[in-house]
Design a binder for this molecule. Structure first.
Ligand code: RBF
Length: 221
């Protein structure tokens, strides 16, 4: 019998509903096989919690060092996109009101139909991101590079979430060797087995934080 372990993330206290969330994922491309597995685990878990494919935006950067900047820019881009989409929503509301007005005065014509076109492409949400998951895999080499990048990325991502108010999930593996990284991506090749894909935990964390933050920003506890 294998030893029981106290480590790891227990199941969430409640089943969260991600169906109305817009989630961004930004991943580094260094250590590609590991990143691919982590990305798959993350997306699978997001979908399992109801997040729709069209509301998951995936972007990539070369390495983990680029993650804090890209994470911040994506959060800001989501907010800008949302603000730009707002006028067309106001316009459609106005059109709806004029439709009500017109029921008493004149029949609706073709011109109104064209004004009511939904500019929200493919039904995907255009609101700001509810959470963002930053994925990378750092593997220690023979120089101090690893230590410096780990430190910078960790602090950078923490700063981004505190500065922007958008939850940032820390999806960065900091492994001392290849096997540690492979096992944490669920594709281990050692006798201990394949390990656990931590991307799944990151998908869960994103929906949980997005749900809780929705209340917190409204002053609801
Ligand atoms: N990026 C990673 O995401 N994981 C790594 O393990 C990694 N190791 C690196 C090792 C060296 C010696 C160098 C020069 C870069 C490494 N990078 C790694 C890339 C780094 O995050 C970044 O993309 C580049 O430094 C360009 O800013």
């Amino acid at each position: 019998m294998s030893d029981p372990t106290i480590k790891g993330l227990p199941p969430p206290p409640t089943k969260y509903d991600g169906s109305n969330f817009r989630i961004a994922i930004v991943h580094a491309r260094w250590n590609d096989a590991i990143i691919k597995a982590l990305l798959e685990g993350t997306i699978n878990k997001l979908k399992e919690q109801g997040v729709k494919q069209e509301n998951i935006v995936v972007k990539s950067v070369p390495g983990s060092y680029e993650l804090p900047f890209a994470t911040k820019q994506l959060i800001e881009a989501g907010k800008t996109q949302s603000a730009n989409a707002a006028p067309s929503m106001i316009a459609s509301t106005t059109n709806l009101l004029s439709l009500i007005d017109n029921t008493t005065s004149q029949p609706s014509g073709d011109s109104q139909k064209s004004e009511n076109t939904n500019t929200n492409t493919g039904g995907a949400l255009t609101k700001p991101f509810d959470a963002i998951i930053s994925i990378g895999c750092l593997i220690k080499g023979s120089t101090m590079h690893f230590e410096y990048i780990c430190d910078a990325v960790t602090h950078g991502l923490m700063r981004v979430q505190l500065d922007t108010g958008t939850p940032v999930v820390f999806g960065v593996l900091t492994a001392l060797n290849d096997d540690q990284a492979l096992e944490r991506a669920g594709i281990g090749r050692t006798e201990k087995g394949k390990g656990h894909n931590h991307g799944e935990d990151w998908g869960l964390a994103a929906v949980e934080l997005a749900t809780q933050n929705q209340d917190w920003v409204k002053g609801v506890l």
